[in-house]
Ligand binder design. Structure first.
Ligand code: SF4
Length: 716
């Protein structure tokens, strides 16, 4: 019987009646791999598969997430109609009713409490057009200063460090094509093997070509496996480790003195500070043996070319911005930037982590990476938007600080787009309480996420298969994401939703767009002359050229492959080095008798962010259906914990229960928990609310915890 059934299905499979191909890009990480959805209609059913498409960045590759990325948009749980909460239950309503509901509540809240009583919380997974429009929507339609986005929790430290050091922030200073030919690579706090798997071949190729690879991470990962040297530092000690490496570079004179003299400010101060530090203290802080620091510094200093990459491991700390600056100090001290096969890369996490931080979703920002507090910038954007400069709100506060304002009752209503902040923010128990206090929460999303469940109104938003627009990938390459899959029910694109709300609020004249391309054309004008200048980029060019690296200042400008070849972006053309302390100004969690272990967090290959999308994919969900705690067996023995046992993890902020997973590759003083799960498995329940003062990044990467078996065993 089974044989017969199998034969029947095989026959069915063969009988493809029609086939349709939809071009698009993976919705997940910053590689933005080009892909095709293949829809085959058989006799009685449709089947789908996703395949890679050639392009300059991912070169046709897809990882396991990309290969299964069609599963969540096709999932039966997609929200297809506006849903209003009535007596604790969501009921289907029409768009007309939804828009009337929004108008009534926006008007009432703002009349009673002022414009700033409403906030907007955006996302780094939406298109450039939508990120741009969301910034405009907050400032022009709602007239509120309170807008920020979930990229604050991901990219703000690297962005702040690059802006301070180089005068501008484009994630990669070079295109990926240069990586295979560099001679020394430092991968600091990045697990690209799980987070951006299709970037790995660039590094593997470099290794084949003889590059020496240094990995910096408290645990062994798929990424550290390709390293020649692994510096297994204590969580949170990256800034000090960079000082140790710098001290060797100075001591053994690997400095590029001409470069430092001609192109850099601040080196003398850095040198004076670094030479005053004791190696023994740095060893104690980092837990990295001195000889390994010497080896790293010698390899990076002696090789002709080299590149440094940082990611969340360095950045998600209360001194993340300074720690990245210190890695940039290393790069500048040896003059390995602004020339072939030398440079820096901040490996962005979210799909549009780069573009979404450039065009006005941030609390202090206007499009084109302009500042909302700069008079000239305000005048320019006010002119583009056809409003008075005085009507443009001033800067607001960061994502987590907005949540504090919600908790304090200052912000009473919130528009949330494509994000799940009650799970992704630190101190998650507090965040959930704050969201429950909102009088008015409107969420545009594809699914009922943990945060959407708290909403008064959910608006059905389109997916990457349906929503055309541009995305700026990890390199800073602007790409056009085609998307022509038909929408079901009454799903709308985020930009359409914003335009329709603006219309009922009487602001139609500023939001009369009928396509993503029209919004992009306004964004081009708004970014013109700014740091992130997209003015020379058009949809037509993106189709023909398969992506353009910004800045691109005119229609004849080819874009910018390599930055800083002749000057940095500060007004004097020089880069800026500053001394970085071994210790953060905002102290990190310290291990104590009560909380004797470090906790650090990160990702697994089969999930993305809080898992709202990837858990809807059967193939991805099955690979990691629950969270876990990675622990060294010797530590587990001390706490009487067995492998695959439920364990309680407790910090001074909360408690979670996850299953143990033994690994010889993690430091014995550290446990690791991924951040893709909610509720009793949400590791952010354990994380402190303290923020990096420079960029307001929370300190996700270092907490102090205690652990115990979840179920007390009776003695045998
Ligand atoms: Fe590519 Fe990232 Fe998608 Fe994997 S998750 S297919 S690496 S874009």
């Amino acid at each position: 019987m089974t044989e017969m059934l199998l034969k029947y299905f095989r026959e069915q499979q063969k009988q493809v009646e029609t086939e349709r191909i939809y071009n698009t890009q993976c919705p997940y990480c910053s590689m933005q791999c080009k892909m095709q959805l293949v829809e085959q209609t058989h006799v009685k059913r449709k089947t789908y598969k996703t395949i890679g498409r050639d392009n300059p960045t991912s070169q046709g590759r897809l990882c396991i997430k990309g290969m299964n990325a069609h599963q969540h948009p096709l999932h039966k749980d997609r929200i297809q109609y506006p849903l209003l909460k009535v007596n604790g239950e969501f009921v289907k309503i029409s768009w007309r009713e939804a828009l009337d509901y929004i108008k009534e509540h926006v008007t009432e809240i703002q009349e009673k409490n002022g414009a700033d009583a409403l906030g907007v919380y955006g996302s780094a997974s939406i298109t450039n057009e939508e990120a741009y429009l969301l910034g405009k929507f907050a400032r022009v339609a709602l007239k509120t200063k309170y807008i920020d986005y979930n990229g604050r929790l991901c990219m703000s430290a690297a962005a702040s460090a690059a802006s301070k050091t180089f005068g501008m922030d484009r994630g990669f200073t070079n295109s990926l094509q240069e990586i295979p030919f560099t001679e020394c690579i430092m991968l600091a706090g990045t697990n690209i093997a799980e987070c951006q798997p299709t970037i790995m071949p660039y590094f593997e190729k470099a290794k084949e070509n003889g590059a020496f690879i240094i990995a910096i991470d408290p645990r062994e990962t798929g990424t550290t496996k390709i390293a020649d040297l692994h510096l297994k530092l204590k969580p949170g000690s990256d800034a000090a480790l960079a000082n140790g490496i710098l001290k060797v570079i100075i001591e053994e004179n690997y400095l590029d003195e001409r470069f430092l003299q001609e192109r850099v400010n601040g080196f003398e101060e850095v040198m004076q500070y670094v030479v005053s530090l004791e190696f023994s203290v740095i060893e104690e802080i980092t837990g990295v043996p001195l000889e390994k620091m010497y080896q790293a510094a010698r390899m990076f200093g002696q090789r002709e070319t080299g590149m440094i990459f940082t990611a969340r491991g360095v950045e998600q700390q209360t001194d993340g911005s300074a720690a990245v600056q210190n890695f940039l100090n290393i790069l500048l001290s040896v003059g390995k930037i602004g020339k072939p096969r030398c440079g820096y890369g901040a490996i962005t996490g979210q799909g549009n982590g780069q573009g979404a931080r450039e065009h006005g979703q941030k609390a202090d920002q206007l499009p084109g990476y302009r500042s909302i507090e700069n008079h000239e910038h305000r005048m320019y954007i006010a002119d583009v938007w056809n409003i008075e400069e005085k009507d443009l709100p001033r800067k607001g506060v960061s994502a987590y600080e907005m949540i504090e304002k919600i908790h304090d009752g200052e912000i009473k209503g919130l528009f949330l787009v494509c994000s799940n902040p009650t799970v992704s923010n630190p101190n998650a128990n507090f965040v959930k309480k704050a969201f429950k206090k909102l009088e008015f929460l409107v969420v545009a999303d594809m699914f009922e996420s943990e945060t959407a469940k708290l909403a008064n109104l959910i608006l059905p938003a389109s997916s990457y298969l349906e929503d055309e627009g541009t995305m700026t990938n990890v390199e800073g390459r602007v790409t056009l994401r085609e998307a022509s899959f038909p929408r079901h029910g009454e799903i709308k694109h985020d930009w359409e939703i914003l335009c329709e709300i603006a219309k009922v609020l009487g602001k139609e004249e500023y939001f009369s767009f009928s396509s993503a391309e029209e919004i992009f054309n306004e964004l081009r004008i708004a970014s013109k002359g700014g740091i992130a200048d997209y003015s020379g980029i058009t949809y037509e060019r993106l189709r023909a050229e398969k992506g353009i690296l910004w800045p691109c200042r005119s229609l004849t400008d080819k874009g910018t492959e390599r930055l800083f070849e002749t000057r940095f972006a500060h007004s004097d053309g020089k880069a800026m080095m500053v001394p970085v302390s071994n210790q953060a100004i905002v102290p990190k969690a310290k291990i104590t008798k009560k909380y004797p272990l470090y906790l650090t967090t990160g990702r697994v290959v089969s999930h993305y962010l809080t898992g709202v999308q990837t858990r809807k994919s059967a193939s991805l969900s099955a690979r990691n259906f629950e969270s876990f705690m990675e622990i060294h067996p010797s530590t587990a023995k001390k706490y009487e914990i067995s492998n695959q046992e439920l364990v309680q993890i407790e910090s001074s902020y909360g408690r979670i229960v996850v299953r143990s997973k033994f690994s010889e590759g993690i430091r014995p003083d550290t446990v690791f928990v991924p951040f893709h799960w909610a509720d009793s498995q949400n590791v952010n329940n354990l994380v402190s609310e303290k923020l990096d003062p420079a960029c307001k990044m929370p300190g996700f990467k270092v907490s102090a915890v205690n652990i115990s078996p979840s179920v007390k065993r009776s003695s045998y």
